[in-house]
Design a protein around this ligand. Structure first.
Ligand SMILES: *Cc1c(COP(=O)(O)O)cnc(C)c1O
Length: 384
């Protein structure tokens, strides 16, 4: 028997989260962002839940190829564009749209012998200072692209640095508009935080939004708001079982470095999950965990394959726990109890994005295709 750890991908939650995005921006077309192997969920596994999107956005040409192999004929956008000239051939062959963020990418296009002209998304650096043309260089880049026979349609794109926080998007919008206002073409501006927090802005709602983390059920502005506030549901559950129980006396310590010391007699459970599964080693004593659906806390240091949890709350609640008991690291317990990935991420000084994307290869993943959503359906066979 394999180790009892398993991740489950909830198709119904993905579907519901996509619907949530559509309610927020009803006039926009929605890119489902599936970079980083669908934020760790697996492109093949999320496809069923997200196939109602208008297009898929990602970074890696191999991931675009996998989407085409799944039968997706709709739009696919390379968010960072091409990395070398021959990528343009694959864009032609697979019908990929691609971002253009620098002169080198325009040079590659100008030298490309294409069968059919390509659709590009010209990216402006409106203040993030990662990729994109500076506002004062944007129009000349647009004119250069417009003159190329290799280019069909030009759409306009920028990315917000602070849609999740108090700085907001106004300043970047202003810069974008000053340089791009009268240029023709579709726009794509908003990420998840903009979709949820700035949905009333007509520009965020325009043409295309790029929904990533919200689709996977993590709140982009946690801890200000949680997933419950936004009405989104976890698309991933990471669960395992207890392999052992230890009864501690006052003064006994737990795990490497003896970081936790029992102040009084205490029963702890030992769960089959560690940092080699993608659970963050930075999680300290106090990080929330569910055992048989009851909320308790991690104690001591997370090791490679195991972590330890306090069973006191279960004893108090009269819930039995022992070898084989269900442990939910994040997501939905069998009985329906919920533990937000954002809470665990915060305990690790991280964010939901990183925890999802770091799910380790050794963890088997199943897809829960039940129509009624997480915790209510049968589980399909692990597919890797
Ligand atoms: C990752 C990414 C997104 C999605 O961001 P979320 O915050 O996960 O919604 C949107 N646009 C670009 C350019 C990205 O790289």
């Amino acid at each position: 028997m394999p180790r009892p750890i398993r991740a489950t991908i909830h198709s119904a939650a993905l579907h519901a989260n996509l619907e949530r995005v559509r309610r927020s921006v009803p006039d926009a077309k929605v890119w489902a962002v599936v970079k980083a192997n669908a934020y760790g969920h697996g492109i093949e596994r999320v496809f069923e839940g997200l196939r109602g999107a208008d297009g898929f956005a990602l970074l890696d040409l191999g991931e675009a190829e996998r989407l085409r192999e799944l039968g997706w004929r709709g739009p696919i956008l390379l968010l960072e564009g091409v990395f070398e000239a021959r990528d343009l051939e694959l864009c032609s062959r697979l019908g990929l749209w691609h971002a253009v963020h620098c002169d080198e990418q325009i040079d590659m296009l100008a030298a490309h012998k294409t069968q059919a002209p390509q659709r590009v998304f010209l990216k402006m650096n409106s203040g993030m200072n990662r990729l994109g043309f500076a506002p004062q260089r944007y129009r000349s880049a647009w004119a250069r692209l417009d003159a190329l026979p290799q280019v069909d349609e030009i759409s306009l794109m920028t990315h917000f640095s602070d849609a999740d926080g108090p700085r907001g998007i106004a300043q970047q919008l202003e810069r974008f508009n000053a340089a791009a206002r009268d240029l023709p073409g579709e726009r794509t501006l908003g990420n998840s935080a903009a979709i949820l927090r700035h949905a009333t802005d007509t520009q965020v709602r325009a043409d295309w939004v790029r929904a990533g983390i919200v689709l996977y059920g993590s709140a982009p502005d946690f801890p200000e708001h949680g997933a419950g506030h936004w009405g989104i549901r976890p698309a991933m559950t990471l669960a395992t079982r207890l392999l052992g129980v230890q009864r501690l006396q006052a003064g006994d310590t737990v795990g490497y470095g003896s970081l936790f010391c029992a102040a009084e007699p205490l029963t702890i459970g030992v769960a089959a999950c560690g940092y080699a599964d993608g659970y963050p080693r930075h999680c300290d004593t106090g990080t929330p965990v569910l055992v048989n659906g009851v909320r308790t806390r991690l104690v001591g240091r997370v090791s490679m394959d195991l972590l330890t949890v306090d069973l006191t709350p279960l004893e108090r609640a009269g819930v039995a726990a022992g070898f084989g008991s269900e442990v939910t690291l994040w997501g939905r317990a069998a009985g329906g109890a919920l533990l937000e990935i954002d809470e665990v991420a915060r305990a690790a000084g991280s964010v939901g994005w990183e925890l999802m994307a770091a799910l380790a290869r050794r963890v088997p993943v199943a897809v829960d295709s039940a129509a009624h959503g997480p915790g209510c359906g049968s589980i399909g066979a692990p597919d890797r």
